[in-house]
Ligand binder design. Structure first.
Ligand SMILES: [Zn+2]
Length: 138
């Protein structure tokens, strides 16, 4: 029903928030306890979990809304640049967070690491937009 309703709409990207952690199939494995996931049903739809985000935001000294903006920003960067998240925790919005508390350094800095910044430099308009989103509310 949801996908049928959005399919005729001329939208580029839909972000759905949920309080639950996400699970999905990847090849022959079931991945679970994820904070973000696309869906094979519609590539324009992405889910983001805000499970535990209030606590991580508080620990980082930012508001819950700043944390939500960072989560959306990360997904947009991943979507438009297709760079994915990096395994290293660099205090960057693109940190892969197997341990969800690894969100805290990225929330605290609100800045992309040097390698991610270099990738963003290839798309100045996107860079300006995502940096404004990260600065929002800080
Ligand atoms: Zn980075």
């Amino acid at each position: 029903m949801f996908y049928e309703r959005i399919s005729p709409l001329e939208i580029d990207y839909v972000v759905c928030w949920t309080s639950r952690l996400l699970a999905f199939d990847e090849k022959d494995k079931v991945r679970y306890n994820y904070l973000t996931s696309g869906t094979p049903v519609d590539e324009r739809v992405f889910f983001i979990s805000h499970s535990g985000l209030r606590g991580y935001a508080e620990e980082a000294g930012v508001s819950f809304h700043v944390a939500l903006a960072l989560m959306i920003t990360s997904e947009l960067v991943d979507h438009f640049l297709e760079v994915g998240y990096h395994k290293e925790t660099r205090g960057c919005p693109m940190d892969f967070t197997e341990d969800h508390s690894d969100l805290v350094p990225g929330l605290r800095t609100g800045r992309f690491c040097r390698p991610c910044t270099r990738r963003l430099d290839k798309n100045k308009d996107l860079k300006a937009a995502v940096e404004a989103m990260l600065a929002w509310g800080r």
